[in-house]
Design a protein around this ligand. Structure first.
Ligand code: SAH
Length: 332
């Protein structure tokens, strides 16, 4: 939906019209302007014509029904993927894309193989949340949190991402608490520095995936531009400025970054940092082999024994290719 058009369209109207429209779109989650009877018919007709509410999408649901993947069709005919993760405790997380494709070319990531097609507008990012908010409403549920872990590098689309975040967070928008919105980056210094200055207490996640510069460069071309110690220095500044815990994402690839020595190195590197390491099982994209469960548990143990808080990410939506790093539509 093109939310920015609404403001334009309501420019000559009394102020309370915008409140009514926001209420209809973000709280009542109306799917049709005809249902928004608080508005005069003539205005509804204009909105219908100039700002249609339909969100064209195809849905696939995983076998366990804990993951729903939506393939959304954008106005220029391109496709993006958005994933809903339904946690056992009832929380619902929407994983949004920030780009069509991605320029970062991480060796383990399916989206990276596509290259960058274009950045998403703020409206296109918000629409992804709206799509699942509507779906959940039918079951009397709501979107509890949003993670920027779909297609694309959010910090290379900073302004649109932040504008979308403001609508997600705003009481006139979805009213999702800033602490329930997470931005994941492959390590774009500029973005981390800017985020530290925002007045929103968002969560920052860093895709680290190795404590060794050589290995990280093999996995993530972005690492050619700097050393891990430089990245950690920028993160230290972020923590000092915000006093917020940072999440390091570490996906485990057999024989590449999952040895005992590497776990020890990682623990040394992150010692005394306000952080948590999230170990992720590598989702097969054909490039590597995932570490075994035993190996993952051992890696986790070594981190924990050495004082590093560690979590392991649930495996969502593997059968519908809706898991992290598997999002590449093949339809663009
Ligand atoms: N560009 C951002 C956000 C999108 S990727 C970033 O790099 O953080 C979201 C997360 O999924 C990142 O941690 C990314 O490294 C991880 N990921 C990518 N491909 C994966 C795969 N095949 N298996 C598991 N995790 C993957």
């Amino acid at each position: 939906m093109e939310f920015s058009k609404i403001t334009e369209l309501l420019a000559g109207e009394p102020k309370y019209r915008l409140t009514q429209v926001n209420q209809a779109v973000f709280s009542d989650l109306a799917e049709n302007w005809d249902d928004v009877t608080a508005l005069p018919k003539i205005l509804r007709e204009r909105l219908k014509k100039e700002c249609p509410m339909e969100i064209p999408a195809e849905i696939s649901v995983s076998a366990g029904e804990d993951t729903v993947k939506a393939l959304l069709k954008l106005s220029d005919g391109k496709f993006i993927e958005t994933v809903l993760m339904r946690h056992e405790d009832g929380r619902n997380t929407v994983c949004v894309s920030s780009m069509v494709g991605c320029p970062m070319k991480c060796a383990f990531c399916a989206t990276g193989e596509m290259g960058l097609m274009r950045k998403l507008t703020a409206d296109e990012i918000i629409t992804q949340v709206l799509f699942f908010a509507r779906l959940l409403k039918k079951e009397n549920e709501r979107v509890g949190s949003v993670v920027f872990m779909g297609m694309g590098e959010p910090f290379l689309n900073y302004d649109n991402v932040m504008n979308a975040v403001r609508t997600m967070n705003s009481p006139e928008g979805f009213g999702i608490g800033a602490r329930h919105i997470s931005i994941s980056t492959c390590g774009i210094f500029d973005g981390i520095k800017k985020l530290a200055k925002e007045d929103l207490a968002l969560n920052l996640a860093i895709s680290l995936h190795s404590s060794d510069d050589e290995v990280r460069r093999q996995l993530m071309p972005v690492a050619h531009g700097y050393e891990i110690t430089e990245l950690l220095a920028v993160i230290d500044e972020y923590i000092a400025a915000t006093n917020r815990k940072v999440m390091f994402e570490y996906l485990l690839i057999s024989g590449v970054n999952d040895t005992d020595e590497m776990a020890l190195e990682l623990a040394k590197l992150l010692k005394n940092k306000l952080c948590v390491v999230n170990l992720i099982q590598y989702n097969d994209t054909g490039a590597f082999i995932a570490s075994s469960h035993n190996r993952m548990n051992r890696f986790k143990e070594i981190l924990e024994v050495n004082g590093i808080q560690t979590t392991m990410r649930y495996r969502f939506g593997r059968d519908i290719k809706g898991a992290c790093g598997q999002l590449a539509t093949g339809r663009n």
